[in-house]
Design a protein around this ligand. Structure first.
Ligand code: PMT
Length: 403
């Protein structure tokens, strides 16, 4: 699986003969599972048609600030596009465009988009050999690298001028390999294995009824997606939910009951580096699960419940050098209860969410959390989409690992 899978790539094409190779580049990115949008300088359209690149990328190709069909009323939003991208690649990057990027010139749509982008930016120079080694071009490279951009060096070979030397844009396959290797290297959880529990558990009363709770699984699935995006190999042990696997490379194990979740979690825990228990596990189960549907014969029915194993506490007692994170869903004495669970379950930190906070906890798209650490530090976070909450939690784990 490519690290580019699911990534949003913005390809900036400038006016060099190597622009014809961007058709192959777009195909390679799409094959790697990325989404691609293309912006071009007006002059680049002479080298490769926008139609080719829009057909391959399945997205409109933009090269001006206004919509071509309606110059007066609509504009193309370079800011939105810059923020959309997970990474931007300028290829081929001509000496002219590089010099403008280095000096903050924004006299075309591609340059304005580059200035708006907050994502990593790669550039693959392509020019004649004398231009490539000219001091002003070298200065542009150095400046752009000092801004945090990443240069994909040109190679040596036959050039459009007929001369031979350094200045050929790297081949599309090499650009793809370069970006993949660079991204993989910088992923904070590369080579880490992460186990996540998610969702509710269903404790059967009889073949048609169960004891369960309102967990949708969303929080845990977002954690799995975020851990995967950070480079980890993820095992997601999920109680019954309607959610699809966030990524085909996430090892999703679907279970029903707390005891099934216990078996899966204790099996995989010894082989992971990090475990996050976000599941809402039923503390009790019916002592007997009837083989047939229970008939409503009596006015009152008593159900005898027995305690389920505490999965997280069991992981905590067998913990070696793993980072172990739990959740606490509370309705009263929140911080006190969370602190007690942190201690009792031998966690590195606990994520507290309270049903007293609007928009937090079960089912919602958002959550509001506090994180309590072993040294007593309490970090408070705003109400956010669960996707962002998941990233906040992982950032705390990454900080712990890097301490
Ligand atoms: O799934 P969503 O709709 O997105 O909702 C997310 C959530 C509210 C379920 C999630 O954010 C959350 O708070 N999960 C933990 C809920 C819970 O059961 O908390 P608890 O305080 O009862 O349990 C404390 C910790 O022990 C939890 O990490 C839990 O997974 C774990 N536990 C509890 C009981 C048990 N038998 N085994 C466990 O492992």
């Amino acid at each position: 699986m490519s690290v580019l899978s699911g990534k949003k790539i913005l390809l900036g094409v400038t006016a060099g003969i190597a622009a014809y190779k961007t058709a192959f580049l777009v195909r390679l990115f799409i094959k790697a599972g990325a989404q691609v949008k293309v912006v071009m300088t007006p002059a680049a359209r002479e080298f490769v048609t926008p139609l080719t690149l829009s057909t391959l990328s399945k997205n409109e190709v933009i090269s001006s600030f206004t919509k071509e069909e309606d110059h007066k009323n609509q504009w193309n939003n370079h800011v939105d596009l810059g923020l959309w991208a997970d990474l931007m690649l300028v290829a081929p990057a001509t000496a002219n465009t590089l010099s403008k990027m280095a000096t903050g010139n924004s006299d075309n749509f591609l340059l304005a988009t580059y200035l708006s982008a907050k994502c990593p930016v790669y550039f693959a120079p392509a020019m004649d050999l004398d231009m490539y080694r000219h001091p002003s071009t070298k200065e542009s490279f150095e400046k752009l690298i000092s801004f945090g951009n990443v240069m994909i060096p040109a190679t040596s070979g036959e050039l459009a001028s007929g001369l031979s030397g350094e200045g050929r844009m790297a081949e599309p396959e090499d650009i793809l390999n370069f970006i993949e290797a660079h991204l993989a290297e910088s992923l904070p959880l590369r080579n880490k294995r992460v186990l996540i529990t998610a969702g509710p558990t269903y404790e059967p009363i009889d073949p048609v009824r169960f004891i369960g709770n309102h967990s949708s699984g969303k929080m845990g699935y977002e954690l799995a997606a975020a851990a995967h995006a950070a480079g980890a190999r993820v095992i997601l042990i999920s109680g019954p939910t309607h959610l699809p696997n966030p990524h085909k490379d996430i090892h999703l194990i679907r279970v029903q009951s707390a005891r099934e979740m216990f078996v899966a979690a204790t099996k995989y825990f010894p082989s992971v580096d990090i475990a996050i228990a976000s599941a809402a596990v039923s503390d009790y189960r019916p002592r007997i699960s009837a083989a047939q549907k229970i008939k409503k014969t009596s006015e009152v029915m008593e159900l005898e419940l027995v305690k389920n194993p505490d999965i997280l506490a069991t992981l905590g007692s067998g913990k070696k050098d793993q980072v172990l994170v739990g959740f606490a869903l509370e309705t009263e004495n929140e911080e006190e209860n969370a602190a007690s669970k942190l201690e009792r379950k031998n966690l590195d930190f606990i994520v507290l969410n309270s049903l007293n906070d609007k928009g937090a906890g079960f089912k919602t798209e958002t959550n509001k959390i506090k994180i309590l650490f072993r040294n007593g530090t309490l970090k408070k976070f705003d109400l956010k989409p669960k996707e962002e909450v998941a990233r906040d939690i992982l950032n705390e784990i990454i900080e712990l690992i890097n301490e």
